[in-house]
Design a protein around this ligand. Structure first.
Ligand code: FES
Length: 175
């Protein structure tokens, strides 16, 4: 009899421990999944990562090169002191966020080339190679992504985006 009672208590205790154990494991899994889903992740080669542009000399003045994975255009522009350098323009229209395509055959809005500008298809905002607005409702120039040097590599950091109100020389990466 005493053995049976002890056996029942042990079984109950065992079942209780099993239940708490299973509940604990489930809670930990849920917590882990939640933390992982909130943790900022950046995949190499995807928007948010850094992109190696190769040799800066491969981008002549007036050129506009699209990096589809990074969602930016790399343009080489002139500065007021006669120098030049690169801008990485985020392709997102500053009006309502549409993707802004480059139109190489449209009349240019800058003095670097005769043709080429950005035309937003949504409400007709127009930007030049500096990302500066020349028409439409866009309230400010295209946003800039940071251009950084790591050793002898030049990278565009698509996770480092800056808004601006106008173009100034200091925005140009002299590479
Ligand atoms: S979203 Fe580009 S002009 Fe409106």
């Amino acid at each position: 009899m005493a053995n049976n009672t002890t056996g029942k208590i042990d079984r109950r205790r065992f079942m209780g421990l099993m239940w708490w154990g299973a509940t604990g494991v489930l809670a930990l899994q849920t917590l882990g999944a939640t933390v992982l889903s909130l943790w900022p992740r950046t995949r190499a080669g995807a928007f948010g990562a850094k992109f190696d542009i190769g040799k800066p000399a491969d981008y002549p003045i007036g050129s506009v090169t699209y990096f589809s994975q990074g969602l930016f255009y790399l343009t080489r522009v002139r500065t007021s002191d006669g120098g030049d350098g690169l801008l990485a323009l985020y392709r997102r229209c500053t009006h309502l966020g549409c993707v802004v395509p480059w139109r190489k055959d449209e009349a240019s809005e800058d003095d670097l080339m005769e043709e080429g500008r950005f035309n937003c298809p949504c409400h007709a905002s127009i930007y030049d190679r500096y990302g500066v607005v020349h028409g439409g409702p866009a309230p400010r120039p295209l946003d800039l992504m940071a251009i950084v040097q790591e050793g002898d590599r030049v990278l565009v950091d698509s996770g480092n985006i800056t808004e601006r109100t106008t173009f100034v020389d200091s925005q140009v990466a002299r590479v």
